[in-house]
Write a protein that binds this ligand. Structure first.
Ligand SMILES: [Zn+2]
Length: 80
């Protein structure tokens, strides 16, 4: 089982783009700082069992998303 890339939100799938667009359409401002959001962040990262459902996604601007990262970035091979 190949580990998901460190940037799980890479946006390579059209399905993810559609989900992200829906999140931003529903809530266009960053949930952390209130600036216009440009990304949809997984509240629970997919590698920690989160999924792409809207209730696990929050709009963030790029700086906040970078600051948060993809949750805990250490030990990428750990199986939660
Ligand atoms: Zn922000």
């Amino acid at each position: 089982m190949a580990p998901v890339s460190a940037l799980g939100d890479g946006g390579s799938s059209s399905e993810w783009r559609r989900v992200r667009a829906a999140v931003l359409a529903a809530e266009p401002l960053c949930r952390t700082c209130g600036e216009p959001a440009t990304t949809a962040d997984h509240i629970v990262p997919r590698k920690h069992g989160g999924d792409d459902r809207p209730d696990n996604l929050q709009p963030l601007c790029a700086p906040c998303n970078l600051a948060k990262g993809d949750g805990l970035v250490a030990e990428p091979s750990r199986d939660w």
